[in-house]
Design a protein. Sequence first.
Length: 378
Amino acid sequence: MMSTSTNQPTFHWFLPTSGDSRGVVSGGHGAAVEGTDRTREPSAGYLRQVAQAAEANGFESVLTPTGLWCQDSWLMAAALSQHTERLKFLVAFRPGSVSPTLAAQMATTFQTITDGRLHVNIVTGGESSEQRAFGDFLGKDARYARTGEFLDVVSRLWECEDSFDYRGEHLVVEQARLSRTPTPRPEVFFGGSSPAALEIAARHADVYLTWGEPPAQAKEKIDRVRELAARQGRTVRFGIRLHTISRDTSAEAWAVAEGLLKRIPAELIERQQDALRRSESEGQRRMLALNGGTTADLEIYPGLWAGVGLVRGGAGTSLVGSHAEVADLIRQYRDVGFDDFVLSGYPCLEEAYWFGEGVRPRVEALPTEEHSHDRAVS
């Protein structure tokens, strides 16, 4: 099912639940969490400021991450939802940590207490060592198979009130049902670069989310997922996860990027690169290939800077430039098929305003071309 859209892109922000800083907060995907500047603790008070800044600047939702290195996503999102009015919460969680019936019930409850302000980001988990810390001893391939079964059950629970049995290789439920279905049904964001991840995205994702590679490279994933989804009789929306540094002039923005880089000690880069190279994640491997482990040649595409990925696992690239230049780069990503932009900056509080006041109005002012973007259907 195809639809022609002239809508503006949808912007999401990030909740720094492992801490925030004026320098890069490193870590994730097997690397230790270490700040390169004074760290702002992820207190409820500070995260409330970030969430309210995101709401004030027109972001649709905030991504609440999951992992050993951050605070629990469900609890923090539920708490902050009571201090916002329109902002949605893109809650990341791992299928291996909760039963599918309980997860479906939690999501339904969240929709009830927030008047429908929930999206979910399903994270299979790319690091076996971290999964074992949560009591999950499946290998990577088996984790993806379980994720598919998990989403089979959750989707069915969200769509009907009749009891049902389900027996998979990894998950079994009997007479599973919810007392009520969620209103609205939460959108499922899902990412991953391995063949197994792309297959699950094609079957279940409303939004396929990928890290910030150059537009043409990222489009290759879009084309592959779109093809796989078409075989399932589905269409999928596409999102990209990036950092952002925008200022009134290009020189000011690049000075900020260089300032972040100068505050990263060489020994930290070496230590974190060594840890990240041990990651099982195909997406992480692709991020490392962009920065090459060196501080040279980090502008890998005009306005796309790979410096963050030297020490941070996961999203490792930033949009850098004047507000107009960043808006134009977003247009380029929009032109290759991205609808959703999940953004962050250092620190998240101030950068929400730089982007919201500087870039977002310019994106909205750009002429919109007709895009045959895929809208998610089940």
